[in-house]
Ligand binder design. Structure first.
Ligand SMILES: Nc1ncnc2c1ncn2[C@@H]1O[C@H](COP(=O)(O)OP(=O)(O)OP(=O)(O)O)[C@@H](O)[C@H]1O
Ligand SMILES: [Mg+2]
Length: 424
């Protein structure tokens, strides 16, 4: 409440913006809220204290390595970005993104190309002068690269932290095995190098399947969806750096619509604060967020829009849009799964009617089939199936679309779901 009163007070005190001031502010806002780029500076990085501590502590324990894993878009790369500047004064830091074509030699050539070493050579002739030569460490590698080659190179170097992002994109199984062997070898020989692996996965097993021997050497850092408090922090940090403020209800709506995914917090904060400035205000209201949400729905990635249409399209009037929306509002476990029974209550909120599970079981089944995407995936056994969205970024879109098209009349219905999620 104090927050709300204070922000209203600030808003009332502000003189209207001139055109130049508004233009400059619009640019500042675009630099502050970046829905599509990981955070790279500490001042814009919100929350994640536990995860940060885990990573930093592991980096300073010899023989320990780190694996950061979680759903797509929860902030894994941002966490890895944030630790790098703090470490740079104390260690060699190299970062490498993996992709489908990554092989073990290509990965290490790319990492070692980022590390330089200086050597001194005597000048030719009768002189005591020496010549300094700088070379990149990949010159130490041949075409064939083994885990032992890597261990030897890093044993001779000062402390190093090596971040491998998008690990899940490596298609070559041999590369995964060799990476696991390298970590094991660095760990067993107590080399002062920390490997930080980052990837999309439900569990560490998914990322290093069949390489259990390495599990003991890895500190596992699970990135869950962000809590409401962390999402608030993103909004507050951003707006305070911009000398702007926001109504408490508008901030709550941004957090509720984001469903724990910071991408949407940035997106809604970006559009709502720019809208406020365009109207000559430095204060964001509930209406600004609703307008930002409508914009987010129309401007969503084409792949998200077409997946939604593919999933809900039908020549006859049916419940596909309502059932999909109820799925997006259903309470989930930590891995994003919900049961058919979890869909009943949101169905009641959306339609005002009581539907039994058989009334929408066929819809759930079809959402898991190719013809409708599949937009959902299913696990478990008949009568005990659990479902979740294949692409987590789809859930907030479905909800925002539901509000924008009037399927949800009361935005408070969304907040209930977030509160329920936090119980897990
Ligand atoms: N701690 C944070 N504070 C503020 N914003 C964040 C934070 N973490 C992530 N974000 C924002 O959320 C969005 C997604 O972040 P990021 O790219 O780091 O996620 P990711 O898990 O690496 O995604 P992907 O699985 O697609 O690689 C970005 O807009 C980023 O700026
Ligand atoms: Mg990432």
């Amino acid at each position: 409440m104090a927050y709300c009163l204070q922000s209203r007070y600030i808003a009332a005190m502000q003189p209207p913006l001139s055109d130049e001031q508004a233009q400059a502010k619009i640019v500042d806002i675009a630099q502050t809220f970046s829905p599509n780029a990981p955070v790279s500076t500490r001042d814009l990085f919100a929350g994640r204290i536990d995860q940060l501590l885990k990573v930093i502590n592991a980096v300073y324990q010899r023989g320990q390595h780190v694996i950061i894993y979680g759903e797509r878009g929860v902030g894994k790369t941002s966490l890895a970005n944030i630790i790098s500047p703090a470490l740079r004064s104390k260690a060699i830091v190299a970062r490498q993104n993996c992709n489908q074509l990554t092989t073990f030699p290509s990965l290490w050539h790319n990492v070692l190309r980022q590390i330089t070493q200086c050597s001194e050579h005597p000048e030719i002739g009768f002189t005591s002068d020496t010549r300094k030569m700088v070379h990149t460490m990949d010159s130490k590698l041949g075409e064939r690269v083994t885990p032992e080659d890597i261990r030897h190179i890093f044993s001779a170097l000062p402390k190093a932290v090596l971040v491998f992002d998008e690990l899940d994109r490596i298609a070559d199984e041999d590369t995964k095995t060799l990476m696991a062997d390298t970590i094991k070898s660095l760990s067993d020989h107590s080399v002062d190098t920390t490997v930080v692996l980052v990837g999309v996965a439900d569990s560490v097993d998914n990322l290093i399947a069949a390489h259990q021997s390495v599990e003991r050497a890895l500190v596992q850092v699970h990135m869950p969806r962000m809590s409401v408090a962390e999402l608030y922090e993103i909004v507050d940090r951003g707006l305070s750096g911009l000398d702007m403020s926001i109504d408490a209800s508008a901030r709550t709506l941004i957090a509720d619509l984001s469903q724990g995914l910071p991408h949407y917090t940035h997106l809604l904060a970006l559009h709502s604060s720019q809208r406020a400035v365009l109207q000559g205000k430095l204060h964001v209201t509930h209406d600004d967020v609703i307008a930002a949400m409508e914009r987010a729905v129309t401007d969503a990635q084409q792949s998200i829009i077409s997946s939604y249409h593919q999933a809900t399209n039908s020549p006859r009037a049916n419940l596909f849009p309502q059932v999909l929306l109820a799925c997006a509002l259903a309470p989930t476990d930590t891995l994003g799964y919900f049961s058919a029974a979890d869909v009943r209550n949101p169905m009641r909120v959306i339609t005002g009617k009581d539907y039994n599970i058989p009334a929408f079981a066929q819809h759930l089944k079809e959402f898991c089939e190719m013809e409708r995407g599949p937009i959902l995936e299913r696990t478990g056994y008949p009568r005990r199936y659990r479902f979740r969205f294949v692409n987590p970024l789809m859930e907030p879109y479905v909800i925002m679309n539901g509000v924008a098209t009037g399927l949800i009349k009361d935005t408070n219905a969304i907040g209930g779901r977030v509160a329920q999620k936090e119980l897990y």
